[in-house]
Design a protein around this ligand. Structure first.
Ligand code: GLY
Ligand code: MN
Ligand code: MN
Length: 434
């Protein structure tokens, strides 16, 4: 499956959902970082999902009906701007390259949209995503209403487009899985490199640099999220991204980092000893998290519920916390009361795809979503022990998480990120190599 086949198939599926309505999707705006400098540009995931088009200032319009048509509004060719900022497809170039039926310069949007919306009952739109686009839609609808005396009917319903696309994005097609496999392989290489490189006395940012270098040299366009490189106590800060501290011999190092390749995220966490050997209570807690992760991954299969991996992880973690003396009491009761949340305060995973926390519902009406073939989710249990009077000092400041990216297959699951070691002996062996 080529990428263009995938986009065309998705447009056809969306067309089937919207009937003879019109769907409108704008891409993300460019954002200034400071004077004349912009944040790295990232297109809107929904827009990209249907177009594959990565330039800013673009709008995709799908005209539903018996013969659906795909329209793209994009920036015009501009020699002056292309000298400064680089190539633009322009409407004519984009039409063939992105399999559009019609293309227009973006400046034509306000003129064309009222015509395209006339005599349509419904508009599919990401209402509420961006107030500026909400106002723009309102102005187009008012322009159609102004034409009613010429015998044109204005749409009477605006329907949320995202919920329809969310359902589609939840189940990945062959092209998406292929891309996610590649993204996962690059990120796996970066984690292996971090394990081989780390030495006591290095800074967290030096390890972050190794990871980013590995992403970039394999063609990943960006990290999928800000990398967490957290030594010792920093690992107990769930979203630690400062990455400025010196790594100590006795510390564990928690790295949560994944690249984005061609729009698709990977998301891996590994925790390993800066000095190369797991010891004492760090090793004991690590083995508990590893077993929780193993059982949670086992729970990923078609027909299971999204919550099953979490329930499996919580059972193993809570039992482990009792075994090492951090919790006292009976496991069932500790789960029911939520006592384990003192040491495990996040959930075991999330959907993964174009966004690191990907689109899609997790359940509705009090029921968790059932897993089906082609869904991709992370499995990422952890334990985090902050200093407290009632906790033996040997456990203080230990933070551990192990995270892999898992595809639901026809029979069970496939772990996309299995190339990074996670057993104590495999990690220690890799750290000894070189
Ligand atoms: N890296 C973000 C997460 O694990 O959810
Ligand atoms: Mn994650
Ligand atoms: Mn992560």
């Amino acid at each position: 499956m080529t990428s263009m086949d995938a986009y065309i198939a998705r447009r056809a599926r969306l067309a089937a959902k919207i009937g003879d309505a019109v769907a409108i999707l704008a891409t993300a705006p460019e954002r200034a970082r400071n004077r004349d400098s912009h944040y790295p540009y990232r297109f809107d995931s929904y827009f990209y999902y249907l177009t594959g088009f990565t330039e800013p200032e673009a709008v995709y319009v799908l005209i539903g009906g018996s013969e659906p048509r795909s329209l793209l509004f994009c920036r015009s060719k501009n020699e002056e701007r292309e000298i400064w900022d680089g190539f633009r497809y322009g409407p004519q170039g984009a039409r063939a390259a992105f399999a559009m039926d019609e293309t227009f310069p973006i400046e034509a949007l306000d003129e064309q949209m009222p015509k395209l919306l006339g005599d349509r009952d419904r508009v599919f739109f990401s209402l509420g995503a961006d107030p500026a686009w909400d106002m723009r839609l309102t102005s187009w609808l008012n322009a159609v209403r102004a034409m009613v005396r010429t015998g044109v009917r204005a749409p009477s319903e605006v329907v949320d487009l995202r919920s329809h696309l969310d359902e589609m994005r939840l189940v990945k097609d062959g092209y998406e899985l292929e891309t996610m496999r590649k993204a996962a392989a690059i990120s796996a290489g970066a984690h292996r490199r971090a394990m081989r490189t780390v030495r006591p006395g290095m800074h967290e940012y030096e390890i972050e640099a190794e990871i980013l270098h590995e992403f970039a040299r394999h063609g990943a366009q960006a990290p999928a999220y800000t990398s967490i490189v957290a030594g010792g106590a920093n690992a107990c800060v769930l979203h630690y991204v400062t990455n400025r501290c010196v790594l100590q011999d006795n510390d564990l190092l928690l790295i949560d980092a994944g690249c984005e390749l061609d729009g698709y995220a990977s998301d891996i966490t590994r925790t390993f000893p800066v000095g190369g050997r797991f010891e004492g209570q760090r090793k004991a807690l690590y083995e508990i998290v590893l077993e929780a992760q193993r059982q949670a991954i086992d729970a990923v299969r078609p027909g299971a519920s999204f919550n099953d991996p979490h329930a499996a992880a919580v059972r193993v973690l809570t039992q482990g916390l009792v075994d090492v003396g951090l919790l006292g009491g009976e496991v069932g009761g500790l789960i029911e009361s939520g006592a384990y949340r003192r040491f495990y305060m996040h959930r075991t995973g999330h959907w993964l795809g174009l966004d690191v926390h990907d689109a899609g519902d997790y359940g509705s009406e009090g029921k968790w979503k059932p897993l089906v073939e082609g869904m991709v989710l992370t499995v990422e249990p952890g334990l985090y022990v902050r200093p407290a009077e009632d906790i033996p000092q040997a456990f203080w400041n230990i933070g551990i998480r192990i995270e892999d990216d898992v595809v639901v297959t026809a029979s069970a699951n496939e772990v996309l990120t299995a190339a990074v070691p996670k057993s104590v002996s495999d990690i220690e062996a890799l750290m000894r190599s070189d």
